[in-house]
Write a protein that binds this ligand. Structure first.
Ligand code: GLN
Length: 500
């Protein structure tokens, strides 16, 4: 069997560039691995092999004509998409029944950019319905499992993205992060996940969950690969009014400095938020954090305490603002514009029947919550107040960034939990985002990198853990540099899940 599916993006483009393998072979290796393991993992909801093959053949023609990876950095690389991104002619369901047989009529900006960079874009990856959840269990269609332990969840909402990369089905996938949906599953599956600064990546063609929080970002096996893909999809787009006209730095060049010398992080200051160091942290997560801090110090960084005084309010604020925006965004699924419809005696009945049958329980909970906090009697008490607290949370970060280059936290409070463990307790589920949601509220950037494993226990294999670095607005370059230096000094990114 070909081992091409086990390569990182950098290794694969190296081979493609030297013409040691073709793009069609690389795609076939992905498809073979999907056939081999996705019956268990169930990351993909569907994929169009013929369309992918046509793209791979075009990439091979480019390679034969001498096009290099300097010109098209993803030439011949298979990249899979979360089921929330428009890919022309392909199904788009957001893992919900309400979209019925809808197919996207156009490419999202990120898909255009991936294709322009030569990627072979294919597949619809499973997710929590409309990206609401932390375990991928709210998908209306299937349950994705964690490739490190098939009795556990892969995290969410981009669980299919994380599981597909962690099991070697694709070297890169693209997800969305509204409150942690890239970083949390990346941590729980032992891969790298990036949430870029708000406005860095165009949201055009991303089905909106909470528009002021949503960002698109990559999953990959290494920081270098994730940095490269972030660079490819970033940049101003006039079709997204919140995308910011800021030049995109060469993120790979930033990593070169990080590789140099034995103390590559000399001069870097990292902050540990004292509000995050409260008791109750899982002892293995706590131990991994302490070991990471020691490693950063060895790498030359200075680690200091910072304060984010409004941290306690982050979850409450998020669970007012995100549902409020979601309730407005999801109003478009009315039985008229898209997909599924359940008939009724008049339009109002048709509308309520369609939404009643089309949305799952978690989505309905969010719509009801969101409508409530926006209603005239409660708007000031909840929504308006949450917006004010959001400003305070952003201010906390901007103040901390006056003294540190990045903030260090665990990505998740514990390793992957068991399937079903939290599905009946929404509050417990919401708390799995406790370390990731502030980043979206503040609009800053964040990355999760593997930082070790739990110890194996009777009946439980070792499970991956993730470390989160939070960077300044548009501070991706420094964030990648720090994450890369750390990663290069640790062994975990070289480990593949048992299914690979
Ligand atoms: N888990 C969070 C939620 O349920 C965040 C989801 C996301 O980032 N899309 O809202």
């Amino acid at each position: 069997m070909s081992q091409l599916h086990r390569l990182t993006l950098a290794e694969l483009t190296g081979r493609l560039g030297r013409r040691e393998c073709s793009a069609v072979e690389a795609l076939q290796a992905s498809l073979d691995q999907i056939t081999r393991v996705d019956g268990d993992v169930r990351a993909f909801m569907s994929f169009d092999a013929a369309d992918a093959r046509a793209q791979a053949e075009a990439a091979d023609r480019d390679l034969a004509a001498g096009v290099t990876h300097a010109a098209k950095p993803l030439l011949g690389v298979p990249v899979a998409l979360k089921d929330v991104l428009s890919h022309r002619g392909q199904p788009l369901n957001c893992s919900s029944k309400i979209l019925g047989s809808y197919r996207a009529p156009y490419d999202a900006t990120v898909v255009e950019r991936l294709k322009a960079a030569g990627a072979v874009v294919f597949g619809r990856l499973n997710m929590d319905e409309f990206a609401m959840g932390s375990s991928t269990e709210t998908s209306a269609f299937q349950r994705t499992l964690n490739p490190w332990d098939l009795t556990r969840i892969p995290g969410g909402s981009s669980g299919g993205c994380a599981a597909s990369v962690a099991s070697g089905m694709v070297p890169v996938s693209i997800g969305s992060d509204t409150g942690g949906s890239i970083r949390q599953p990346a941590a729980l599956c032992g891969v790298v996940g990036v949430k870029p600064t708000y406005g860095r990546v165009s949201r055009y063609g991303l089905t909106a969950f909470a528009s002021s929080l949503d960002q698109i970002g990559p999953f990959a096996r290494t920081v270098r690969d994730a940095a490269l893909v972030t660079g490819v999809v970033s940049g101003y787009d006039r079709r997204d009014s919140t995308s910011i006209p800021q030049p995109v730095p060469d993120y790979l060049a930033a990593l070169e400095t990080a590789s140099a010398g034995s103390r590559p992080l000399a001069g870097i200051r990292l902050g540990l938020a004292k509000e995050y160091m409260i008791g109750g942290l899982d002892p293995e997560v706590d131990a991994a954090m302490k070991a990471s801090v020691a490693r950063f110090v060895e790498l030359g960084a200075e680690v200091v305490e910072v304060s984010l005084p409004h941290s306690d309010y982050a979850a409450a604020t998020y669970y007012i603002i995100a549902p409020a925006e979601a309730s407005a965004n999801l109003a478009r699924f009315d039985g008229v514009r898209y997909g599924a419809r359940v008939e009724g005696k008049d339009p109002a009945e048709m509308n309520s029947r369609t939404r009643g049958a089309g949305f799952g329980a978690e989505v309905k909970r969010r719509i009801i919550l969101g409508t409530y906090v926006l209603s005239s009697g409660y708007y000031d008490a909840y929504y308006l107040r949450a917006q004010k607290v959001r400003t305070l949370i952003r201010r906390d970060f901007l103040q901390a960034f006056e003294t540190v280059d990045a903030i260090l936290t665990p990505t998740t409070p514990s390793a992957a939990f068991r399937v079903g463990e939290k599905s009946d307790d929404p509050l417990q589920m919401y708390l799995s985002d406790i370390f990731t949601i502030s980043c979206n509220l503040a609009g800053i950037c964040g990355i999760s990198v593997p930082c070790g494993f739990t110890a194996p226990k009777p009946g439980v294999p070792r499970l991956p853990l993730g470390l989160q670095l939070l960077g300044k607005p548009f501070g991706e370059e420094t964030m990648f540099r720090i994450a890369h230096a750390y990663e290069q000094s640790t062994p975990w990114h070289r480990e593949l899940s048992p299914l690979s």
